[in-house]
Design a protein around this ligand. Structure first.
Ligand code: SAH
Ligand code: SF4
Length: 445
């Protein structure tokens, strides 16, 4: 008798940590003999990664999940991510969701699925005994660019944020295990490796002999691994970036000069209310330190996250954020309208900035960003730089600089773009506008 081949499909919502979690889940599923399918309505198992950071992201699953069950009633739905522990979400979706999976319990997934689908291959040996789910073998999405999680969880308790509750307190992976994962990627010709955690700067691993490894040391150890690759890291917390770390980045051989440094607000009272633990001045001093040490022929890229319309944010307080944006001249800003989240400290505060006013503040910041981004990009014109080819679209190759900027390169007859995705190339930047650079490949002699 022919064995049934079980299929799985992933609905990916949320941040880079969810991308990475999904890659570990895929690793488990493929170990059990399931195959990936793009046909959600034919999949035996549908994995939904969820995001609870804003109401908008949360609302998406209330549409998607009932729809999956309607079109594919036999599917087993596994819900993971930041909403997997919220009781009101469980009550609302329990009739559709078969398995509620907190990331930390991921190693139990094979057993849970086996109970629902007994004809599956028995679960692989021993993974239930894993201390940290991040040790699971992932199935990477890309063949040249990979996220390597160095930890999970957050201890910072910013007042607006669901992450500490949803993902639990910080837990870090052993340096040797991280180095081994990166060695494997380098061996397989990966060109871009990004170390990720909710706050990479608070990485601190204490081994059995009580020796501790900081993030600066870990980054240095990864950078010391031989190979032709770029090394990135995200996300940073302004209160935790050390001088040691800035020096490691400065002296690194492969570390990209791009720091994602979420500021959230440029007003001291709002920063205090958010429990961010730094002031506007301290943030600006940190930006200076980064610029003094990391700016080279081109400036280092500094990107950020900002929340507009935090409860009671006055116009003056908002203007302080706008002013900070002009002073720093960010390359990119991910702007969010404040969204009250259940189980957070700010949930019961009066969300008194209207939606229209939040939108207006967001638009004002977007205009500032356009100007600073465009001014920063113009500094690239005429420069010869190395890029990583990441795709092609409508007659152009799309590439990325080590500072994280996209470059469009017109395809001509001599270039077969498919062959070079995932490879480095040298380009001359011939034009620049907001959010985009244009380049020309420098042909090798
Ligand atoms: N660990 C990271 C990011 C966490 S969530 C950090 O500390 O920066 C990603 C971003 O979502 C945050 O930086 C913040 O700008 C935004 N965000 C989080 N909670 C939010 C909320 N309740 N309303 C609006 N934006 C929020
Ligand atoms: Fe959330 Fe703050 Fe932790 Fe970032 S540092 S995950 S914003 S609590």
């Amino acid at each position: 008798m022919k064995m049934k081949i079980f299929k799985y499909n992933v609905v990916l919502i949320g941040c880079q940590m969810n991308v990475s979690d999904a890659e570990r889940i895929k690793g488990i599923l493929e170990d059990m003999g399931l195959v990936n399918s793009n046909e959600r309505n034919e999949a035996d198992v549908v994995i939904v990664t969820t995001c609870g950071v804003r109401q908008h992201a949360e609302d998406r699953i209330y549409g998607i999940i009932p729809r999956i069950k309607k079109h594919n009633p036999k599917s087993i739905i596994v819900l993971t991510g930041c909403l997997s522990k919220r009781q009101d979400v469980i009550n609302r979706l329990n009739k559709h969701v078969d398995i509620w999976l907190n990331a930390k319990d991921m190693a139990n997934l094979s057993q849970l699925l086996f109970e629902k689908l007994p004809t599956l291959k028995p679960q692989p040996k021993n993974i239930e005994s894993l201390k940290n789910y991040l040790s699971l073998q992932p199935k990477y999405t890309s063949k040249y660019s990979a996220y390597v999680p160095i930890g999970n969880g957050c201890n910072n308790w910013c007042t607006y944020c669901v992450v500490p509750k949803a993902r639990g307190s910080e837990a870090y992976r052993a340096p040797e295990e991280i180095l081994n994962e990166v060695r494997g990627l380098i061996k397989n010709n990966y060109k871009e490796i990004t170390l990720i955690a909710q706050n990479v700067d608070s990485y601190n691993f204490i081994d059995e002999s009580n020796n501790s490894t900081s993030f600066a040391t870990l980054l240095q150890q990864v950078d010391d691994l031989e190979g032709e690759y770029w090394l990135r890291f995200s996300t940073n917390h302004p209160k935790d970036i050390s001088n040691d770390l800035v020096q490691v980045i400065k002296n690194g051989k492969r570390i990209c000069p791009h720091i994602h440094l979420p500021v959230q607000s440029g007003d001291d009272e709002i920063l205090k209310a958010m429990n961010r633990n730094y002031t506007k001045e301290e943030y600006l001093r940190l930006v200076d330190t980064i610029r003094i040490n990391l700016d080279a022929e081109l400036p280092a890229t500094i990107t950020t996250d900002i929340i507009v319309g935090y409860p009671q944010e006055s116009l003056d307080q908002f203007n302080n954020t706008a002013q900070l944006m002009r002073e720093v001249s960010f390359d990119m800003v991910y702007i969010s309208q404040y969204s009250p989240r259940p189980n957070t400290a700010s949930y019961n505060l009066n969300d008194n900035v209207t939606t229209e006013e939040k939108k207006r503040r967001e638009d004002e910041l977007t205009e500032i960003l356009k100007t600073t981004n465009s001014a920063n990009n113009r500094k690239y014109i005429g420069k010869n730089i190395r890029v990583l080819i990441i795709g092609n679209k409508k007659g152009y190759i799309i590439a990325r600089t080590n500072t994280g900027k996209n470059v469009k390169i017109k395809i001509d007859n001599e270039l077969n773009s498919k062959q070079i995705i995932g490879e480095f190339a040298n380009v001359t930047i011939i034009d620049a506008e907001s959010y985009k650079l244009y380049g020309k490949i420098i042909k090798s002699q």
